[in-house]
Design a protein around this ligand. Structure first.
Ligand code: LMR
Length: 331
């Protein structure tokens, strides 16, 4: 009896009745047929199954609820409970360390990347969110970014003077400048139109984002530079999360574990399929850079690490170099 009263008061404090369904709004900015879109839908399904309907996850894809910057504010205010922003978008929370993932050419492959996102460095980064009222649950992959534009991008000189849309990251600003380009920070939902109207000349993204937003219809050239990584941290409002009944939180953690495995296993295929889609659409010339061309790009972009190290902290960058074996001096 005592337990019942206690439970009832906990539920009351949460603004719920003992039988009420808990609703989690999960907002994100990309299309459903992307790694993040699929993993979000899968999480929603498994959360419903594992909690036997006690939790309902409503997924709002394609910026239909919030755009990039608004998302973070909405989460902190509790207007939305869960997000999966790209790692470039944690600046507004005051956690600049996440921008280390924007360092160009930092990860040679997914195995190296996972040493960080699925290891102790990743866990320590997620822990930095807690004082901001945010809890980090997982890292989800998208993949490696490539540059596109309306003119060919083969040599470093081809980037000069071009306006490139980037996410709101100081590291990406510096990356664009290192190439002689002009960075333009813009919300994801506005990129298609900006490319179409010529407000910007080009952009960077994994192909799944380029294709699902139809950017290839307004970009004549795509060069498979794979010069940097784009992935996500799934985050929740900490007060909401900590206030959940422990058994339900455990079931949601299990659903998240499964969704993370799905995200990280479908990401490569989604991007490969998207590239096929771009090729089939026939509107964009897809160019694979030669080894020399990619190395020339790397030589210009790796110095961005030294320039931006103060933003993320020397210790963090060195811990990543150590775990992945990356040596900026050996190019
Ligand atoms: C972008 O803004 O380009 C990406 O962060 C979008 C996303 O969430 O994948």
């Amino acid at each position: 009896m005592k337990l019942k009263v206690l439970l009832a008061s906990v539920f009351l404090a949460l603004g719920l009745s003992a039988n009420a369904q808990i609703v989690i709004k999960l907002s994100h900015v990309v299309a459903t047929d992307t790694p993040k879109g699929q993993a979000s839908e899968f999480f929603a399904k498994r959360a419903g199954e594992l909690t036997k309907g006690k939790v309902k996850v409503d997924v709002y894809a394609n910026s239909q609820l919030y755009k990039d910057k608004e998302e973070m504010e909405a989460l902190q205010m509790g207007a939305v409970q869960m997000l999966a922003p790209s790692l470039a978008k944690f600046g507004p929370l005051g956690v600049k360390e996440f921008e280390v993932f924007d360092f160009p050419f930092l990860f040679d492959n997914t195995a190296d990347l996972h040493k960080i996102t699925q290891g102790p460095v990743g866990a320590s980064l997620l822990a930095k969110l807690e004082p901001k009222g945010v809890k980090g649950l997982a890292f989800w992959d998208n993949g490696f970014k490539s540059f596109s534009a309306n003119t060919p991008l083969k040599n470093v000189a081809d980037y000069k003077g071009k306006k490139f849309r980037i996410q709101s990251s100081k590291v990406l600003e510096e990356q664009t400048r290192a190439l002689g380009g002009i960075p333009q920070v813009m919300a994801f939902s506005e990129v298609y139109q900006a490319l179409q109207t010529g407000v910007v000349d080009g952009t960077e993204n994994p192909i799944s984002n380029l294709y699902s937003q139809k950017m290839h219809e307004v970009q004549k050239h795509l060069t498979l530079t794979e010069h940097g990584y784009l992935g996500y941290a799934v985050i929740v409002n900490k007060k909401f999360w900590d206030g959940l009944p422990a058994d339900i939180r455990g079931q949601l953690e299990q659903a998240m574990k499964e969704a993370t495995a799905l995200a990280n296993s479908v990401a490569k295929k989604d991007n490969d399929d998207a590239l096929d889609g771009v090729k089939k659409a026939g509107k964009t010339t897809v160019y694979v850079p030669t080894k020399e061309e990619r190395m020339a790009l790397k030589k210009v972009l790796v110095p961005v690490h030294a320039k931006m190290v103060d933003r993320v902290g020397k210790e963090l960058l060195e811990a990543i170099y150590k775990d992945t074996g990356f040596d900026p001096k050996k190019l």
